[in-house]
Design a protein around this ligand. Structure first.
Ligand SMILES: NC(=O)c1ccc[n+]([C@@H]2O[C@H](COP(=O)([O-])OP(=O)(O)OC[C@H]3O[C@@H](n4cnc5c(N)ncnc54)[C@H](OP(=O)(O)O)[C@@H]3O)[C@@H](O)[C@H]2O)c1
Length: 315
C-alpha cells in the first residue's frame, strides 16, 4: 500500500495522476487535509480516501495504517517551526504504525553546497531531512526543482495582465522544472518494487534540464516575447524590494514585511548558485526530455487565471 499526502495540491495531484497509471488503485490511499478537495472522478477511481491533518497526530495514525510507503508532501508555508512540527508529526505517526519507507518532497536549494542553504524557505526542509534520516526508517529525500509554474513568486510577484517593471533584490541561475514532470518522476520512484534499492536512503535532486537553466534576467525576454511588450528586471536593495511589494492592508501574507524579508533570502541563495545545479536524475527516471520553461510560460501566459499562481504560492 502506498499512502500519498497532499494529493489535492499542485504536486501531489500530479503524483497521484501518474501513480494511477503505474499501480492498481486498490494499492493507493490518499491522506487528505480536506478530502472534499479531491475531484469526484479521482475519489471514485478505486483508491482509499482518508482524512489526515499534519496538526492532528491521531488522524495521521489512522490514515497511514497499512502503508508500506508514505509520500510526505511538505506543508505549504514559510513558517519554519510550524512546518517542521507538522513534518515531525507525520514521520512519528509513520513510525508508530509501521510504515517502511518515507519519500519526502524537499526543495532544490543548496544541493551539495556548504553550508547547505541561506534561504529561509529551505530551513524547515533541512530540519525535516535531518529528522527523517535519524528516524531509523528507510527514506528517499527528493529535492524537487523550482517549479516552472511558480515563476511569478520569484519574478517580483509578476502580474502579466499589467506589470512591465520587475523589482528583485538579487538574481542567479535557476534550473526550472515543470510540476507535471516532477509529479511523474516522484510517482515512478514510489512505484519501484522493494527489490530496487537504488534510491533507498538517498537524497536526490530533481532539477530541470540544462535548457531550463535561466536567471530571472534571462526569463524577461522570453516573457516579453510571449506577451508582446517589454518586461524589465531591476535589482534593488532589500529595503526597496520590501517597500515596493509591501501590502499594508494585511490582506495578503506575501505583502507583510516579515514575509518579504524572509523571502529576500531566496534571492541571496540564487545569487550563491544554490538553485543553479542541473542534475540528470529526473530525466533518467522519466526516460524522455523534460518540459521546457518556454513551453510552460506559453501555457501560463496565454491562459486565464494566471493570478492564481500568486495566490497559491503566497501561503
Ligand atoms: N518546488 C517549488 O518550486 C515549490 C514552489 C512553491 C511551493 N513549494 C512547496 O512544495 C510543497 C508542495 O507544493 P504544491 O504545489 O503541491 O503545494 P499546494 O498546491 O499548496 O498543496 C499543498 C498540499 O498540502 C495539503 N495540506 C495543507 N495543510 C495541510 C495539513 N494541515 N495537513 C495535511 N495536508 C495539508 C493541502 O491540502 P488542502 O488543499 O486540503 O489544504 C494540499 O494538498 C508545498 O510545501 C509548497 O509550499 C514548492
Amino acid at each position: 500500500m502506498i499512502v500519498l499526502t497532499g494529493a489535492t495540491g499542485g504536486l501531489g495531484s500530479q503524483v497521484l495522476r501518474y501513480l494511477l497509471i503505474l499501480v492498481p488503485p486498490t494499492d493507493i490511499t490518499v491522506s487528505l487535509h480536506n478530502p472534499a478537495g479531491l475531484s469526484p472522478s479521482i475519489a471514485s477511481s478505486g483508491i482509499t480516501v482518508k482524512q489526515g491533518d499534519y496538526a492532528d497526530p491521531a488522524s495521521l495514525d489512522s490514515a497511514f495504517t497499512g502503508a508500506d510507503k508514505l509520500l510526505l508532501i511538505s506543508y505549504p508555508s514559510i513558517a519554519h517551526e510550524l512546518r517542521v512540527r507538522h513534518h515531525v508529526n507525520a514521520i512519528d505517526a509513520a513510525r508508530r504504525v509501521g510504515v517502511k519507507h518515507i519519500y519526502y518532497t524537499s526543495l532544490a536549494f543548496g544541493y551539495g553546497t556548504t553550508p547547505e542553504s541561506c534561504a529561509e524557505v529551505m530551513q524547515a526542509h533541512l530540519d525535516t531531512e535531518k529528522y527523517l534520516k535519524e528516524s531509523g526508517l528507510k527514506y528517499t529525500i527528493i529535492r524537487e526543482g523550482i517549479y516552472n509554474e511558480s515563476y511569478p513568486l520569484y519574478f517580483g510577484f509578476f502580474d502579466p495582465s499589467k506589470d512591465t517593471e520587475v523589482y528583485i533584490p538579487n538574481d542567479g541561475p535557476i534550473a526550472w522544472a515543470a510540476r507535471p514532470d516532477l509529479g511523474e518522476g516522484t510517482a515512478k520512484l514510489l512505484a519501484l518494487p522493494p527489490s530496487d534499492t537504488r534510491y533507498d536512503n538517498t537524497t536526490l535532486l530533481f532539477s530541470g534540464p540544462q535548457a531550463n537553466l535561466l536567471s530571472l534576467h534571462q526569463l524577461a525576454p522570453l516573457i516579453s516575447r510571449i506577451l508582446g511588450r517589454p518586461v524589465n528586471v531591476h535589482i534593488v536593495s532589500e529595503d526597496e524590494y520590501v517597500r515596493r511589494h509591501k501590502d499594508e492592508s494585511g490582506s495578503n501574507v506575501r505583502g507583510t514585511e516579515d514575509f518579504l524579508r524572509k523571502w529576500a533570502t531566496t534571492f541571496e541563495a540564487m545569487k550563491r548558485g544554490e538553485t543553479g545545479i542541473v542534475d540528470p536524475t529526473l530525466q533518467e527516471v522519466l526516460g524522455r526530455p523534460l518540459k521546457t520553461m518556454e513551453e510552460s510560460l506559453r501555457e501560463m501566459l496565454t491562459a486565464q487565471g494566471e493570478g492564481e499562481a500568486i495566490k497559491q504560492y503566497a501561503k
